[in-house]
Design a protein around this ligand. Structure first.
Ligand SMILES: [Zn+2]
Length: 213
């Protein structure tokens, strides 16, 4: 399934007459770097009112999808924010449809995220980039300390605020083994709140071993 465009009526915030626009309704962030960059730059679905010249974001619903990051985001209009709880049913319904049709070729085994407005999507993607950058530093530090680097399932690491990459313990594979490996890398002087959090969670009694990719 590729990125898709849709047509709809746009409503200028100044109250001018509605006009037709073509906007992106499905963005494959993993396939279209340019569209992802447009979201990060705040330019996606930016339209100009032909009457008064005001620029604004068309607020049609968008789906953002990145298979390798296990990221499926429903972007609703900021106007829908007050009825967030009512949208839960719609999200579940849409998710089932997408899972069984649009993205049938992808094995969707993680829940969607919902945000309101392109600005929230922009912030989310910026945050994802920061997590990736910090995770790469963790991977490099782990390798420097002589560890193999393991990759966590992306949706699992997002849910638990863990890094995407972690040092793999050489011997056992229990949660505690992972905690010990993470502690060794942190002790080498690495400053990573993500790995520190991972270590703390893996040190808890009855902690489950992490979900690897
Ligand atoms: Zn206008």
């Amino acid at each position: 399934m590729r990125s898709l465009q849709n047509e709809s009526a746009a409503h200028c915030p100044q109250g001018c007459e509605a006009f037709d626009v073509t906007y992106w309704s499905l963005v494959r962030g993993d396939e279209n770097e340019d569209l992802k960059a447009a979201i990060l730059g705040g330019e996606l679905n930016l339209v100009r009112c032909p009457e008064c010249g005001t620029y604004f974001h068309h607020d049609g619903e968008i789906i953002y999808f990145d298979a390798s990051s296990e990221l499926l985001v429903f972007v609703f209009s900021p106007k829908d924010k007050p009825r967030e709880h009512e949208l839960k049913e719609k999200i579940d319904h849409d998710y089932q449809i997408i899972k069984n049709s649009l993205l049938k070729d992808v094995h969707l085994n993680y829940p969607p995220i919902s945000v309101f407005g392109l600005e929230e999507l922009q912030h989310l993607l910026h945050h994802e980039d920061e997590i990736t950058a910090e995770s790469e530093v963790v991977a490099a530090a782990a390798a420097t300390q002589g560890f193999e680097v393991a990759r966590l399932k992306p949706s699992y690491s997002r849910e638990h605020h863990f890094p995407l990459y972690i040092p793999a313990p050489a011997g056992g594979q229990t949660a505690n083994d992972y905690a010990v490996a993470a502690a060794k890398v942190l002790k080498s002087g690495l400053n990573s709140t993500l790995l520190l959090h991972f270590k703390d969670k893996m040190s808890e009694p009855n902690a489950q071993a992490p979900v690897l990719l």
